[in-house]
Write a protein that binds this ligand. Structure first.
Ligand SMILES: Cc1cc2nc3c(=O)[nH]c(=O)nc-3n(C[C@H](O)[C@H](O)[C@H](O)COP(=O)(O)OP(=O)(O)OC[C@H]3O[C@@H](n4cnc5c(N)ncnc54)[C@H](O)[C@@H]3O)c2cc1C
Ligand code: FES
Ligand code: FES
Length: 466
């Protein structure tokens, strides 16, 4: 495909395979070798740069998503002879040894400082949590960011993106029937109506791109849906909150309506991968991947969400519980796009929690996850109890046994212990069953104890993740 995009302020015309990674385009085609490749699958942050002002991993971005965009790489900040203030701070604080992680660290730091010119150390720690360094140690890196912040980098760095590249694309003849960038939902549905399931929909690409690399296969046909306006936005529609399928995790995690009414969803988005991932990963992609370890499905099941699919023949609504038909399988029909996720506004006072446990404390894939929602009433009686577990079965599991047990009960020590026991026995994980069953029971106990405490205090907001 032929297209143009802006690289460090220069409009650049390129000819690339539509699935060629931005990382390779920069390093191999444009000779910009400052951006490094570590893991190649979104884990290390060595390839981080800014795409339209947002921090992303360039190993996860295919050329198909580049037309009309602006890219800022480490070479766009300063030169070895004339480094910018942030680059100089890294050198002066001794935050560089082998230097392999440094470009990614600097770009992640720039993204932080452009959003928050004076971050706390814990903000810095969190912002750089997706960038791995194997030799310097993080303290000097954090000090370098603090130094740049003190010197006013966030205020004086030129944060404007220059140039306005055209988003026009010319596909090669052999690509015309294989790759699609529709300019709106209607066009996308028209193409899907003709090709159906043969087309792989590409949203944030954070599941698709690593799977291409690992399996070394190319999907037959690919359609980029990430720019379709109708699939974005979060609105209050009567008694429901409608979330577009292409809303990314960073947007979800910071949206005032979501934070206020669906805090467990905001927390699940905030805990899903590093900032580079959150800026790309969409809620629709997370659901449609249909992984039992995905974080959104248990939360959406606990919130009793509905899904709206659309196709050239109209819209179809289903309850979330009707989506998964087996391991990584869904009831989506050929020619359909998941358009939105529709969540009923919880009754005032509803308490929500999302708990996630994995093999490490931060940025982990769930080995156990539990999403809970309940409405405490008078005298500690709880109603509207909904509990869903992830990573326990081939599909997300609604724990209907423990829900029925708890509905209308007054929370007491005995009730909480019995509920934890029922939850443990209700899940049947294939791997490490002893550990996962026990943790499920413990997490439910934790939710119920919090609920009891909140109720005694008269407050009703509880979201916790660790
Ligand atoms: C390093 C790393 C860490 C991760 N950490 C987490 C984590 O902590 N928790 C977690 O849950 N996930 C995690 N993931 C997985 C991934 O980031 C999420 O599942 C993400 O939300 C997928 O969204 P996407 O937009 O990138 O999907 P894509 O890769 O674009 O698509 C995924 C699938 O969904 C389909 N699809 C996308 N949108 C639609 C639509 N609107 N209609 C129909 N089908 C659609 C695609 O065709 C594809 O089959 C991680 C991934 C990586 C690489
Ligand atoms: S190379 Fe590791 S995240 Fe891209
Ligand atoms: S400086 Fe060597 S990996 Fe960070």
């Amino acid at each position: 495909m032929q297209y143009e995009f802006s690289v460090n302020g220069q409009i650049t015309r390129m000819s690339s395979h539509p699935l060629r990674r931005l990382l390779d385009i920069l390093r191999e085609d444009l000779g910009l070798t400052g951006t490094k490749e570590g893991c190649g699958e979104g884990e290390c942050g060595a390839c981080s740069l800014l795409l339209d002002g947002k921090l992303v991993n360039s190993c996860m971005i295919p050329a198909l998503q580049l037309p009309g965009t602006s890219v800022l790489t480490i070479e766009g900040l300063g030169t070895p002879d004339d480094p910018d203030m942030l680059q100089r701070a890294f050198v002066e604080e001794g935050a560089v040894q082998c230097g392999f992680c440094t470009p990614g660290m600097v770009m992640a730091s720039r993204f932080l400082l452009q959003k928050d010119p004076h971050p706390s150390r814990s903000d810095i720690r969190r912002a750089l949590s997706g960038n791995l360094c194997r030799c310097t140690g993080y303290e000097k890196i954090f000090s370098a960011v603090e130094r740049a912040a003190r010197e006013g980098y966030g205020e004086i760095a030129d944060l404007s993106t220059t140039g306005s590249p055209s988003s026009e694309v010319v596909f090669e003849d052999h690509e015309k029937d294989l790759f699609f960038i529709p300019d709106g939902l209607e066009k996308a549905l028209e193409v899907l109506g003709q090709k159906g399931r043969e087309i792989t929909l590409l949203a944030g690409g954070t599941d698709i791109m690593p799977s291409l690399r690992n399996k070394q296969i190319l999907p037959a046909r690919v359609m980029d849906i990430s720019r379709i306006g109708e699939l974005k936005g979060i609105i209050l529609d009567g008694k429901r909150i409608r979330i577009g399928s292409c809303v990314d995790n960073a947007t979800l995690a910071g949206d005032p309506l979501v934070l206020d009414k669906l805090p467990s969803l905001a927390e699940a988005a905030r805990s899903s991968g590093a900032m580079t991932l959150q800026n790309r990963a969409t809620i629709g992609g997370n659901i449609m991947t249909a992984s039992p370890a995905a974080d959104m499905p248990p939360v959406l099941m606990s919130l009793d969400a509905d899904l709206t699919f659309c196709s050239s023949s109209g819209e179809r609504n289903i309850n979330f519980s009707e989506l998964f038909t087996g391991y990584r399988q869904t009831s989506r029909n050929a020619g359909e796009i998941l358009r939105s996720i529709d969540v009923p506004v919880p009754a005032p006072g509803t308490v929500q929690s999302f708990y996630k446990r994995g093999s490490r404390a931060a940025l982990t894939i769930s080995r156990v996850s539990l999403a809970c929602s309940a409405l405490p009433g008078n005298n500690g009686i709880i109603r509207n109890v909904r509990i869903a577990a992830g990573s326990m079965a081939p599909t997300t599991q609604l724990l209907s046994g423990v829900m029925a047990f708890l509905e209308g009960k007054t929370l007491s020590f005995e009730v909480i212990e019995e509920a934890a026991r029922i939850a443990s026995s209700e899940v049947n994980p294939r791997k490490t069953p002893g550990y996962r069953k026990e943790v499920t029971g413990n997490l439910l106990r934790k939710f119920l104890l919090n609920l009891q405490e909140q109720d005694q205090k008269g407050g009703h907001q509880d979201v916790e993740i660790s």
